[in-house]
Every structure is written in structure tokens, then in C-alpha cells.
Ligand binder design. Structure first.
Ligand code: ADP
Length: 217
């Protein structure tokens, strides 16, 4: 059986969710209390309904308990978002995912039983920061014949992982020459060696192979 989704609240975020789910051929029911919003979404979403999701009888009537994931995308009205989450959980919806405005909102949502809390601004901020942080210290030092030397700084995502986890010792087209940690240079390297924030990996070898490895991080 196909996974069934419902989205409550068709603001910018909810509409985008519906549009993408529909585009990927998923079954989605789009719900909003405002008829104008449902009419807009109906241009790209085949199942829309005008309803108040804080109303227990309505939630039961719509059979939302049988949906696999119900997403509450009511961001600005805290009270409605929290109440909707509560009503959906009490109705027996297995997974209620909710958009939160801030950390305070997120905390309350977790208390009332939200299965997943998403803070789009926070998540996007982190993602943008990651893409701003190029972990390479300097551009490649070209050695000729597609060979390069480069340095990579261990960031939050690699912190605590071992050289084995990062597949660094089994590479055939490039080599980890040494790790600079503080003032020390480690060149006896084992798969069990744990990396910490700020470690600098000194890599040399085929440029494409290094690029490919960086993409896997
Ligand atoms: P965004 O920030 O993503 O644009 P908004 O918080 O502006 O989201 O939009 C929330 C949507 O939720 C609005 O379209 C509003 O009509 C709808 N909404 C508010 N209360 C209810 C409710 N009780 N039941 C269903 N939809 C609701």
C-alpha cells in the first residue's frame, strides 16, 4: 500500500511540501481552514479540503489516524499549532511532524507528543553555514599529472569518527600522508584513530579521487 500523507496549513511551507510530494507521485491530502489557501494549492494538488484541524470531530471524520505522516505546518499561530498536534496525537495519528517557529515552540511540541519537530529557519541556517565552510585550508597545490596536495580540516560532522569510518586508509588513488594535531604531526596512522575537531589531514594524490572522497563526507 502507498504511504499516505496529510499536510495541515497551506502557507508557504505547507504548500511547498504538498507540491513536492505531489510531484513525486505521493498521495497527499492538503488541509487548511482558509478556503482561498486550499483553492491555490488545488492547482497542483489533487486532494484538498477546507477544515479546522483543531476540531476532534473533523479529524476523526477525515480519518487522519489512518495516514502515515500528518505534517502540521502552522507556524505563526503557536496555540493552534500546539492544539492541532495534541488533537492529532490523541486521535491516534502514528506520526505527527510539526513545523516549529523557535526552540520554545519546539520544546512544547515535543511535550505534547510531536514525533518530529522541524525548524526550517534553523535547519536552513545550519545548511547554509556548512556550504559556506569549505573545509579545505588552501586550494590544491598542483603536483602535475592530475596529482595534488591539499589539507582538510576536521569539522563538526567528522568529529569523533575514525580513519576507518572515513575510508581513508583503503584509498588507492590518494593517500593520507599525516595528521597535524596541534603542534604534533602524526604519521603512524591506523583505522582506529579517532579524529577531533580541528585536526588537519594532509592528503596527496589524484585530484578527482580526493574530490570524490570529499563528496562522501
Ligand atoms: P508559513 O509561515 O509557512 O507561510 P503560516 O503559519 O503563515 O505558514 O500558515 C499557516 C496556515 O495554516 C494558514 O494558511 C492558515 O490558514 C492555516 N491554519 C491556521 N489554523 C488552522 C486550523 N485550525 N486548521 C487548518 N489550517 C489552519
Amino acid at each position: 500500500m502507498n504511504t499516505q500523507f496529510a499536510v495541515v496549513g497551506l502557507g508557504l511551507f505547507g504548500s511547498a511540501l504538498c507540491e513536492e510530494l505531489e510531484r513525486q507521485d505521493a498521495q497527499v491530502l492538503a488541509i487548511d481552514i482558509d478556503e482561498a489557501k486550499t483553492r491555490q494549492v488545488a492547482t497542483f494538488c489533487s486532494h484538498t479540503i477546507v477544515a479546522d484541524a483543531t476540531d476532534e470531530a473533523t479529524v476523526a471524520e477525515l480519518g487522519l489516524a489512518d495516514y502515515d505522516i500528518v505534517f502540521v505546518a502552522i507556524g505563526d499561530n503557536l496555540e493552534t499549532s500546539i492544539l492541532t498536534t495534541l488533537v492529532l496525537k490523541e486521535a491516534g495519528v502514528k506520526k505527527v511532524w510539526v513545523k516549529a517557529r523557535d526552540k520554545f515552540h519546539a520544546k512544547i511540541l515535543q511535550k505534547v507528543g510531536a514525533d518530529k519537530v522541524i525548524n526550517p529557519e534553523w535547519d536552513m541556517g545550519r545548511r547554509v553555514a556548512q556550504s559556506m565552510l569549505d573545509n579545505r585550508l588552501f586550494d590544491y597545490l598542483e603536483l602535475g599529472h592530475n596529482m595534488v596536495l591539499t589539507e582538510f580540516v576536521i569539522g563538526l560532522q567528522q568529529n569523533g569518527r575514525t580513519l576507518g569510518d572515513l575510508n581513508l586508509l583503503q584509498q588507492s588513488d590518494f593517500q593520507l600522508l599525516a595528521i597535524k594535531r596541534g603542534e604534533q604531526l602524526h604519521n603512524v596512522l591506523t583505522g582506529k584513530m579517532e579524529l577531533t575537531l580541528g585536526d588537519i589531514l594532509i592528503l596527496a594524490g589524484n585530484k578527482h579521487a580526493i574530490d570524490h572522497w570529499l563528496e562522501t563526507l
